[in-house]
Write a protein that binds this ligand. Structure first.
Ligand code: UD1
Length: 422
């Protein structure tokens, strides 16, 4: 298993290109299952999660060609011969559940393994299933699989009201509703930019959708969808992560492709901490010049609130803030596993349930630490870049799921970071 070696100290200055969003791409790729015509995604990120989704779609009979060094995915699903998403793939990546809605909508039947738990929480898929049941699906849960069937071969429009604005459940419902008979209304829908991106792609394919980005989405089902070409939206989590690099180390970094509306709540916290964010023609320029940042309190919430996927990285910043910050995690029940690792680097953090209290210290110190999940892994790298001495982050396969070419991107801005292959 590879590790990352970071030698801390020194400002970061330069330009970082931000890739297309992993989480958008993972919901756009299953949209290929809705049509027999080609669907092409441009601005795709080059990540192991995307390769896992490619493998899953391939196992169903879809063809996915990775072109232009992986930045273009040309997909075709004219020959879906298998309707079972196997446990061996689904257990690697929870987003695999997103093939359930499209397969069911297109062919009236699908069998998908239940994903099981994950490091940051139990993460059930009950709301995905609730949405499909509302659309008439008959579901049978046995042997760890969801066996789904649409009576008469077609889902029907329905009013779906979520108890919580789940991103994945909204996506599955939206994908499925495009081909259902009649009108579907999703109430308390998630409003994340990745959902807006999915709706835009589906509309290019001929779907009739209104209200994406608000909490009520209305879909008028159509008989068939066509092919399309769609650019994947900028990754707001990669953007926020690299915006934190100069905030933590000092210096100025311009993140190409960044837009304020993707990271509004996050920018408000950076501003409160004393980090400046400026919109440029090409993206967002982040500067931290004078001394330590100020402590700020952060609560994670569904979009447009502060994203849970930036909580670990924000904690890395607040470890060296002047004062005490409280971070509240409201989306996942076990998402502070980076805290004990940051503590190994000299941070002063106390976790009580869903709250973490961070007492800022002047400097962190390098140590051997372990990545526990995707966002935790990058928070340790951010912390290490500002720490005294060397840090070795092990288990970086988590990192490769969601960040392409981290060493290259940060190295180009002056960070001392290298991968140690094992
Ligand atoms: C997506 C993102 C993930 C991000 C999360 C919240 C992808 C591939 N992943 O995950 O990076 O952290 O949104 O912004 O896009 N829940 C249920 N039942 C369900 C579904 C969800 O109880 O059927 C709970 C989850 O356990 C969690 C909360 O709802 O506590 C939020 O989950 P959800 O919004 O669905 O996140 P994901 O789509 O899994």
């Amino acid at each position: 298993m590879d590790s990352i070696l970071v030698r801390g100290g020194g400002e970061l200055n330069g330009v970082i290109p931000i890739a297309g969003a992993k989480n958008a791409c993972l919901t756009l790729m299953p949209a290929t299952l809705l049509t027999e015509e080609p669907l092409t995604l441009t601005n795709a990120p080059r990540l192991s999660d995307i390769r896992t989704m490619t493998q899953l779609l391939g196992s169903l009979g879809a063809e996915v060609a990775s072109l232009q060094d992986g930045q273009v995915l040309a997909m075709s699903s004219h020959n879906i011969h298998n309707h079972t998403a196997d446990y061996d793939i689904v257990r690697k990546m929870r987003a695999s559940i997103l093939v359930l809605g499209p397969m069911l909508a297109r062919d009236g039947h699908a069998i998908v393994s239940l994903p099981g738990g994950c490091a940051i929480g139990a993460r059930p898929v009950d709301m995905h299933l609730q949405a499909l049941e509302a659309m008439g699906a008959e579901l049978d849960l046995r042997d760890g699989y969801v066996h789904a069937r649409a009576p008469g071969g077609r889902l029907k429009g329905a009013v779906i009201e979520f108890g919580f604005a789940s991103v994945g459940a909204t996506e599955n419902a939206l994908l499925a509703a495009t081909l259902a008979k009649g009108t579907t209304v999703i109430k308390n829908a998630a409003r994340e930019p990745e959902i807006v991106d999915l709706a835009q792609c589906l509309r290019r394919m001929g779907a009739q959708i209104e209200g994406e980005g608000s909490s009520i989405i209305t879909i008028q089902g159509v008989d068939r969808l066509s092919g399309a070409t769609h650019p994947v939206v900028t990754d707001r989590i990669e953007l926020g992560t690299y915006m934190l690099a100069p905030a933590i180390c000092g210096g100025t970094v311009e993140c190409l492709g960044g837009r304020i509306e993707l990271v509004g709540a996050f920018c408000e916290k950076l501003d409160a901490a004393g980090v400046s964010v400026e919109e440029t023609e090409r993206g967002l320029k982040v500067t931290r010049k004078n001394g330590r940042v100020k402590a700020v309190d952060v609560t994670t919430e569904p979009f447009p609130g502060f994203p849970t996927d930036l909580q670990a990285q924000m904690m890395a910043l607040l470890c060296t803030a002047d004062g005490t910050s409280v971070l509240e995690e409201k989306i996942f029940e076990n998402r502070f596993m980076h805290a004990p690792e940051l503590t190994r680097m000299g941070a002063r953090i106390e976790v009580h349930g869903g709250h973490a209290t961070v007492k800022g210290v002047e400097k962190l110190k390098g140590a051997r630490v372990m990545a526990t999940d995707l966002r935790a892994s990058v928070s340790l790298i951010l912390a290490a870049m500002a720490a005294e001495g060397e840090t070795v982050v092990s288990r970086v396969y988590h990192l490769d799921r969601g960040y392409e070419r981290v060493e290259e991107k940060l190295g180009a801005c002056g960070a001392h970071i290298e991968r140690i292959a094992s």
